[in-house]
Design a binder for this molecule. Sequence first.
Ligand SMILES: [Zn+2]
Length: 340
Amino acid sequence: MKINIIDNSQPEASQADEREKLAALEAFLDLLKLQGKETKALRVARGLAEDTRERLNEGRAVVAYNSVNVAEMAEHPVAPERATAWLAKIWTNLEERLEERETGIQDFARQAGLSIYAWPRKTPGAGGAGNNSTYDIEFLKVPAVDALPPTMAPDDIAYVQDLTLKPAFWLKPLIRTGFALRGWRRVAFLVYGIGGLASVGALLVLLWLALTTQSARILTGDIVTLVLFAAIVGWLGFAFLSPFWRLIDLRIIMAPDLLLSLRERGVQLEAAKEPADDGQHIRVIRLVRYSGRCPKCGETVHLHDGRREFPGRLVGKCDEHPAEHVYSFDRFTKTGSPLR
Ligand SMILES: [Zn+2]
């Protein structure tokens, strides 16, 4: 019988590997904590990650689970024969939620100095009874970035782009994966900004002419209507066009509520520079949310408009102590320093 020579480096390597997997699971669970209210789908993801972490901690092999196991993890009471159907629905929802958070978990893993990140996976079964899909956590490689890791003081905050949002339903066809400014979209963007400004301006000039040149002939009631109309046009013009100009000016602004679904808050509209296939850069407009953990109290920090105190800036404010725990926000390094 041939006995293989045991390679001494093997166990150490796999231990290091397991430590990194554990750290990747911690980073994944940390990201879930940032999400606020936990949905059923995120509960399923948490269950998978926690059980995998427990197995790794106890030195057991990482396994894939069936739908009944997953329902138990999520503490969802469901009859075993109906678990598959229940989970299929939840999983579709989870995939959508996760897609919006993939950049966030990669950021988290990168900031923790890891080369892998944890990601829930569904492996479809061959079909038929006893051949159901299985669910587990896979470990994927963190994509490389060209930015150097920033140097941070102990009371500085690290932000992650924890969400890359799908916009409100009426905008979805337009901004499916970010609104890349090239071709007709670039034209559309400029027409919206410049054309919008021109038409609002032209309308106001017309109204002014109507008021001044025919004042002898029109009635007071008509004047009131015209002035009201002018005020509404001016207000609408401001509401729709000011985000456009501020975005061009500042590159990142708080997203107007109009662009968001109701459940989303604390979201930014960002005009990011991204590398294109041809080696050039293109500008992409997208809805993102940056958040971080408050170094002082550990609560979640979300971005807010700096308003009068920090004009033209976005600042991070801790959810629990928003008046005192205030941080700057640097979109490039994804870090901030205390402002109070
Ligand atoms: Zn705080």
